[in-house]
Design a protein around this ligand. Sequence first.
Ligand code: ATP
Length: 317
Amino acid sequence: MHSYSLIAPAKINLYLEIIGDASGGYHELAMILQSISLADRIDVLSTSNDSIRVHCNHPQVPTDKSNLAYKAAELMATQFPEAFARYGGLEISINKQIPVAAGLAGGSTNAAAVLVGIDLLWKLGLTQSELEELGATLGSDVPFCVSGGTAIATGRGDQLAPLPSLDNIYIVLAKYRSLEVSTAWAYKTYRQEFGNSYIRDTNDLVARANAVHSGEIVKAIFERNAAKIAEKLHNDLERVVLPAYPQVLQLREAFANEEGVLGTMMSGSGPTVFALFESEQQAEQVKLHIREAISDEDLELFVARTITHGIQVASSV
Ligand code: ATP
């Protein structure tokens, strides 16, 4: 085989709690991450030269060394120099469907797909946990994106514990195309405003993360009860993003007033807002309603569903 085509799903946060400071300016987090059917397609191709090239159909995505997919390829070339020498260069094409800088881990899932694609292309036979370890050096969402499904993520978000898979809960995602929220700004502002209440003792940090493991939303996930899960959605970063970005607040309120919405929340550091539904029909209806209510061409709306996997191979040649 000299090329693999991979499907790289986005994620939403069903839960995001900032517990305290971690080393290196990071935060100790307790999150519940969920893969969704909204996905990019990544083609990874072996070429006869010895360079790494990235192409993308989205004008906002850089194709130089700052692209996370490029960084993933570079990491593999450094880690496995013999394979890189034997199989030659790499051409990576990103077909973006996931909105950029949206709190949906678009870049991270592209990086995860490149790790999986190169592992296959170079016949390295890496295990899931070896791929996740490599991914953790690229960004804290990358390990989750490799395996996907539903998981609790603690530490910086890179320590994963799988949860029962949630299949077929329907989702409407809403994002203003031109609105971006810097993840670094959101966490920095949260620290400035709420850092006084951070847990500082290491044992207490562990105890708090463990408490999330046995919390109400996790119980609801074990019961696969969409309505109960939706009742317990939580995101600490809403405390800083909603007051600063009225458009995000407006979307939260618009969803909350719609019939059939089980629950609504901002994903990650935003600005995407999502709502959960029992059925695809209800989701489609609310998407239409919101489109009518907010007639702004800048607003992007997607219907997706929860899925039980991360990176998947679509085809190989
Ligand atoms: P997260 O949810 O992990 O915080 P995000 O969804 O908010 O991520 P991304 O879509 O990953 O954000 O994009 C963040 C920035 O990273 C963008 O502004 C973009 O310039 C840059 N970037 C680098 N590589 C990629 C990539 N492969 N896809 C999208 N953005 C990328």
